[in-house]
Design a binder for this molecule. Structure first.
Ligand code: GTP
Ligand code: MG
Length: 448
C-alpha cells in the first residue's frame, strides 16, 4: 500500500467536517481524520473510545461544558475510510449543536476539511483508485436507481478491474514487442509479429466493448437530451405534458404558443431523460418569437435525440431544421385521433403514430425513444463513466488503431502501445497530475 504521507513528504494534518447535510435532522455527524485523532477524541470525550465499536458518551468543549451526547466511533489507521486515524461523533442533527462539536475539534487541533478531502486522502493512501473515488461522488449525486446501481458497481471496483484487465493485456503485448525490438534478427520474428497482431486485435475488441458500455453509462449520468421540434401547433407541448405525466407546458390552439425552451426531467424504465420543448419552427411573427425559434435551432443542434413532431392531419411532414446527421431522430406523427387509420409513411426507420390527446401510442413512443438513444437496457453491465473516462478510452482506442497501422514498424507500434497504456492508467489514477485531482475532488461535498 502507498505510504500514508502526502507526496511532498510532510506529515498530513488533521481535518474535521460536519458530514451530514445542513438543516435539521435526527442525527448529525462530525467526522475527523488524521494523526491528531486520539488527542482530539480525548479532549472532546474525555477518553479514546474502544476501536470499531459504538460508544455512548458526552462531547464537551475545552472548558468542560457539555455540548451534546451521542455515539462515538474510533477507527485506527490504516483500517478506516481515509487510511488514517479516524473518528466520528454521531450527535443530534441541529446546526448549532453540530457546529459547537466541530468547533471543539478545531480548538483541539484539527482544521476544517475541504470538499472531498476525506476521499482524496483515501485515494492518496491507496484505499481506492481514482475511478472508485469518483464513483463515491457519483453515487451521492445519482439521479436515478440505474445510475446509483451503476455507481455502486464502479465503487466496488468493477470498472477499475475492467480497465486494469486491459492494462495487463497491454503490458504483455508491450513485453512481447520490446523483446522483438531488442533481438530483431531472431528467427521467431515473424511468429512474434503474428502473435502481436492477434493480441492487438483481441485488445481492441475488449476496449471497444468497455467503451460502448461506458458511453451508455455516461448517458445515465447527465440524462439524455431529447428535443421536441416541429412546426407550430403540431402538439409538441402536449406531448411533453403526456410524457411528463403533468401539465408542465402551456398548450393552446394558437400557433406560436411556446416561446422559450422548457426542460423537464423524466425517466423511462429508470433511464434519466431531459425533455426539451421548443418554440414551433416558422418565420417568426415578432421579436420574442424570433428569439424563441433561434433557441429551438440551438437545442436541436445540441440534442442527443430529436423528436420530429408532425401533425398527422396536416399532411405537411417536413421539418424546417436539419439535425446533424449523427443525431438520433424519431418521427412522431401526432393527432392520429383526427385521422382514423393513419399509418406513418412507409420506409421510415424510426416512426411512431400517437395522439397526445387520447394517449394512444405513448408506450410505443417511450420504447422508440429508448431504442433510438441506443439504450440496450443491459443495465447490469454499463459503467457510469465520466467524460474524463470516455476521453481516456477514446484516446487509448485511437492509439491502438494507430498501432495496427504500424504493424511493420516496430518502434512506432511499440510507442503507440505505450501511449495507449498511459491513457488507460490515467483512469484509475496511476499517473495523474495534481491539478486533475484538485478538479475532481473540488466537486465533492464537504465531509466526504
Ligand atoms: N385532436 C388533437 N389535438 C391535439 C393533439 N395534440 C395537441 N393537440 C392540440 O393542438 C393544439 C396545439 O398544441 P400544442 O401542444 O400547444 O402545440 P405546440 O406544437 O406546442 O405548438 P407551439 O408551441 O405553438 O409551437 C392545441 O389546441 C392542442 O390541444 C392530439 O393528439 N389530437
Ligand atoms: Mg408549444
Amino acid at each position: 500500500m502507498p505510504s500514508a504521507d502526502p507526496p511532498g513528504g510532510s506529515k498530513p494534518d488533521t481535518i474535521a467536517a460536519i458530514a451530514t447535510p445542513a438543516g435539521r435532522g435526527a442525527i448529525g455527524i462530525v467526522r475527523v481524520s488524521g494523526p491528531l485523532v486520539p488527542g482530539i477524541a480525548r479532549c472532546l470525550l474525555g477518553c479514546l473510545p474502544a476501536q470499531r465499536v459504538a460508544t455512548f458518551c458526552a462531547a464537551r468543549d475545552a472548558a468542560g461544558e457539555m455540548l451534546d451526547e451521542g455515539l462515538a466511533l474510533h477507527f485506527p489507521a490504516p483500517h478506516s475510510y481515509t487510511g488514517e486515524h479516524g473518528f466520528e461523533f454521531q450527535g443530534h442533527g441541529g446546526q448549532v449543536v453540530l457546529h459547537s462539536v466541530l468547533a471543539a475539534c478545531l480548538d483541539a487541533g484539527a482544521r476544517l476539511a475541504e470538499p472531498g478531502e476525506f476521499t482524496r486522502r483515501a485515494f492518496l493512501n491507496g484505499r481506492m483508485d481514482l475511478a472508485q473515488a469518483e464513483a463515491v461522488a457519483d453515487l451521492i449525486d445519482a439521479a436515478s436507481q440505474e445510475a446509483a446501481r451503476s455507481a455502486l458497481r464502479s465503487l466496488s471496483g468493477e470498472f477499475s478491474s475492467a480497465i486494469k484487465g486491459l492494462v495487463a493485456q497491454l503490458v504483455e503485448l508491450r513485453a512481447l514487442t520490446e523483446a522483438t525490438l531488442d533481438f530483431p534478427e531472431e528467427e521467431g520474428d515473424a511468429l512474434h509479429r503474428d502473435e502481436a497482431a492477434a493480441r492487438l486485435q483481441r485488445l481492441r475488441l475488449a476496449l471497444g466493448d468497455i467503451l460502448a458500455r461506458s458511453r451508455e453509462g455516461s448517458l445515465l449520468r447527465s440524462g439524455i437530451h431529447v428535443v421536441l421540434a416541429g412546426r407550430p401547433n403540431v402538439g409538441k407541448s402536449s406531448l411533453l405534458n403526456r410524457l411528463a405525466g403533468e401539465e408542465r407546458a402551456i398548450v393552446t390552439a394558437i400557433p406560436g404558443t411556446t416561446r422559450d425552451a422548457l426542460r423537464e426531467a423524466i425517466s423511462i424504465d429508470g433511464v434519466p431523460l431531459v425533455l426539451v420543448d421548443t418554440a414551433g419552427l416558422r418565420p417568426a411573427a415578432d421579436e420574442v418569437e424570433r428569439l424563441g425559434v433561434e433557441r429551438s435551432r440551438k437545442e436541436v443542434a445540441q440534442a442527443d435525440l430529436v423528436l420530429a413532431v408532425f401533425d398527422a392531419s396536416s399532411g405537411d411532414f417536413s421539418l424546417p431544421v436539419a439535425p446533424a446527421a449523427a443525431v438520433a431522430r424519431v418521427n412522431v406523427y401526432n393527432k392520429i385521433d383526427l385521422v382514423p387509420g393513419f399509418a406513418a409513411p412507409a420506409g421510415e426507420r424510426a416512426a411512431v403514430a400517437v395522439s397526445a390527446k387520447t394517449g394512444a401510442g405513448m408506450d410505443a413512443l417511450r420504447h422508440a425513444i429508448l431504442e433510438a438513444t441506443g439504450w440496450k437496457s443491459h443495465a447490469e453491465s454499463v459503467f457510469l463513466a465520466r467524460e474524463r473516462h470516455l476521453r481516456a478510452l477514446r484516446a487509448a482506442n485511437a492509439h491502438l488503431a494507430a498501432a495496427a497501422e504500424h504493424a511493420h514498424r516496430w518502434e512506432l507500434f511499440a510507442e503507440e502501445l505505450r501511449l495507449a497504456q498511459l491513457a488507460l492508467a490515467a483512469i484509475t489514477g496511476e499517473f495523474s497530475a495534481d491539478d486533475l485531482l484538485g478538479e475532481i475532488f473540488a466537486r465533492f461535498c464537504i465531509g466526504k
